[in-house]
Design a protein around this ligand. Structure first.
Ligand SMILES: [Zn+2]
Length: 338
């Protein structure tokens, strides 16, 4: 089969790779329907994370089950399935407590920008749809498997409640999906912090009521002004930089909450400041598997369309162009079709 390999910063190649095989009785092999490039794939692409030896890339997928291991009984070949970037058995204490992305048997996906993918913990991870969904839903379901699930977790962790005010820091695909989540959870006012007009437009289409283009303390001051001088009930941090986290913590009101889902890079939180702020803080890899049945329903019923975050569609063999377009901010998120 063929798939993406990263060799060095800025150097992603589409190559012939070994076909994935069932390695454990809990595995499944899927044929990729659509996959994509994630904002977090840009960290190694930009040299902000070490690459080491050339390795495959990608952790977002929806596809058709080709083959299952002996212990996989709930999923059958031919089914269309949605999964998560973090695999889980769905039976261990952490899974039962609602945190499948911290499953005791967790394996992170990392080979999905390819024609075929091995899914560990297939029985616990994969959710089959009722029949094969119309192709127009595939981008939305692909978004569910990572960016929407992650935005959903940002909203849950930030304790978005009906009638509340939510601020979303970050206008990448996760931030835009976090706007969808805040809206679905009933936030009355959703302030999206974004500098890019095309992204602002999408944020508004997803439910943002206000846009703040200023960053840093200027942005914080504006949020404060818009919230009666106290800050927002919920802040959804969807970037992962020190500046974004500072902006998020300073935008929350005393007693408010910050949900942080951007993978932190050089982020440090000041204990004294956090102590005196009365702000709640929670983050981590999103428990996407817990949300899958609900989010799949919301997409297939047409209630939400997170697939709109894909503003570039390419054949899988042009995966390198997908990285480049996202790196140069010519695209929010690139969809790849085998
Ligand atoms: Zn588990």
């Amino acid at each position: 089969m063929r798939g993406a390999m990263i060799h060095a910063p800025g150097d992603v190649r589409f190559e012939t790779l070994d076909d994935p095989k069932i390695l454990k009785p809990t595995d499944a092999i899927i044929r990729t329907a659509v996959t994509c490039v994630c904002g977090s794939d840009l960290w190694p692409y930009r040299g902000a994370e070490p690459i080491g030896d050339p390795h495959p890339m990608g952790h977002e997928y929806v596809g058709f089950v080709e083959e299952v291991g002996a212990e996989v009984t709930a999923i059958r070949p031919g089914q269309f399935v949605v999964g998560s970037f973090a695999t889980s058995d769905n039976t261990c204490p952490n899974c039962l407590n609602g945190f499948p992305s911290n499953c005791l048997h967790r394996e992170f996906m990392s080979t999905c920008q390819a024609e075929y993918v091995r899914i560990p913990n297939a029985q616990g991870t994969l959710v089959a749809t009722d029949g094969v969904p119309d192709e127009k839903f595939w981008p939305g379901l692909l978004a569910v498997s990572d960016v929407l699930g992650t935005g959903w977790w940002a909203a849950e962790a930030a304790e978005v409640r009906p009638g509340s005010t939510a601020v979303v820091v970050g206008d990448g695909a996760v931030g835009l999906c976090a706007v969808i989540a805040a809206k679905e959870m009933g936030a009355e006012r959703i302030i999206a912090m974004s500098r890019h007009s095309s992204r602002q437009k999408l944020a508004r289409a997803f439910g943002a009521t206000d846009i703040v283009t200023e960053r840093g303390e200027e942005g914080v001051a504006l949020v404060e002004e818009m919230t009666g001088g106290i800050g927002a009930d919920s802040v959804l941090e969807c970037v992962g930089t020190a500046e974004a986290m500072r902006q998020a913590l300073h935008s929350a009101r005393p007693g408010g909450s910050v949900g942080f889902v951007g993978v932190p890079h050089d982020v440090a939180v000041d204990g004294q400041e956090l102590f005196f702020s009365h702000v709640g803080l929670r983050g981590g890899p999103a428990p996407v598997r817990r949300y899958l049945p609900d989010l799949i329903d919301r997409v297939l019923s047409g209630r939400i369309d997170p697939g709109k975050v894909f503003d570039l569609t390419l054949p899988l063999e042009q995966v390198a162009e997908g990285y480049q377009a996202m790196d140069e901010r010519r695209a929010v998120k690139a969809l790849l079709k085998p």
